[in-house]
Design a protein around this ligand. Structure first.
Ligand code: SF4
Length: 265
């Protein structure tokens, strides 16, 4: 594989890699120390708020193609942390991701994950390894609404079943590293009832909420800054630990949901 191009955003640096078979995937260097890496060429989950899954899945990346993103990025940037949050869902390529996780740990890197949380046995495995953060994409407590947003993310009940089974066995320190991702989208999952239900779920599970701001990549619309702020305040008033989308996550280059396969550069 080779590093084809580096595209500068307002804050982020987007790295485009060309693989041996000609497919192109992407990583994002952000925050001055973190590389968000891809685990699949394309993604089968098909979230409506993400451009990465538009073409479905082409194939899983090999361990060498995942570590290769870090090795090539390191020639330009001081990578201290790795986030499995680029193109693809890490649990859907778990054998390769697990192998690279241990390699990254051996290199002294901190490693965090974003996942839709299926399949259940792999999620259990992930929650128990020495990660630096796992964010599980919930987005709605209504199975129908979640299916609309994440058509192939799997069954919400079985996801919640794993979280209810595993989280109580974890130390508070470990649970503090786990959060539920909630990205409110206008008219879909932004009602007051939904906000309260998600807040109650986070409280029941003893985890925080990562409140993501939607970067518009499809026909769906963001809630707008005022409603986003209101939702933040509501969750906080319920006693939930809430993390807001950073400026890096909202950058038009390399922000959440904006990575694509086979970008023309
Ligand atoms: S948000 Fe993640 S799981 Fe959903 S389509 Fe994008 S890369 Fe796949």
């Amino acid at each position: 594989m080779r590093l084809l191009s580096v595209i500068d955003g307002d804050l982020n640096r987007l790295l485009v890699f060309e693989l041996e078979d000609g497919n192109r995937v992407e990583s994002v260097f952000y925050r001055g120390d973190t590389l968000c890496v891809s685990t699949q060429a394309g993604c089968p989950v098909g979230c409506v708020f993400c451009a990465s899954g538009r073409e479905g899945l082409i194939r899983n990346l090999t361990p060498e193609e995942i570590t290769g993103q870090v090795l090539l990025a390191r020639t330009l940037f001081p990578v201290k942390r790795v986030a499995f949050a680029g193109i693809g869902d890490p649990l859907l390529n778990w054998d390769s991701v697990r192998e690279t996780f241990w390699w990254f740990k051996g290199e002294g890197l901190k490693v965090s994950f974003y996942t839709a949380g299926k399949p259940a046995d792999r999620l259990k495995d992930l929650l128990l390894i020495p990660h630096s953060g796992v964010t599980v994409s919930v987005h709605s407590t209504d199975p129908e609404v979640r299916r609309k947003l994440m058509p192939h993310a799997g069954d919400l009940d079985s996801l919640l079943g794993v979280l209810r089974e595993v989280l109580p066995s974890l130390s508070k320190r470990k649970r503090n590293k786990i959060s539920l991702a909630y990205m409110p989208i206008k008219g879909v999952n932004d009602s007051e009832e939904e906000v309260v239900r998600i807040g109650l779920l986070a409280k029941e599970l003893g985890v925080g909420i990562t409140l993501l701001y939607y970067n518009k990549v499809s026909a769906f619309d963001p809630v707008g800054p005022e409603r986003y702020e209101e939702i933040f305040r509501k969750l906080r008033s319920m006693g939930v630990r809430v993390t807001l989308s950073t400026r890096f996550r909202r950058d038009r280059i390399g922000g959440c949901g904006t990575l694509v396969i086979n970008r023309e550069v």
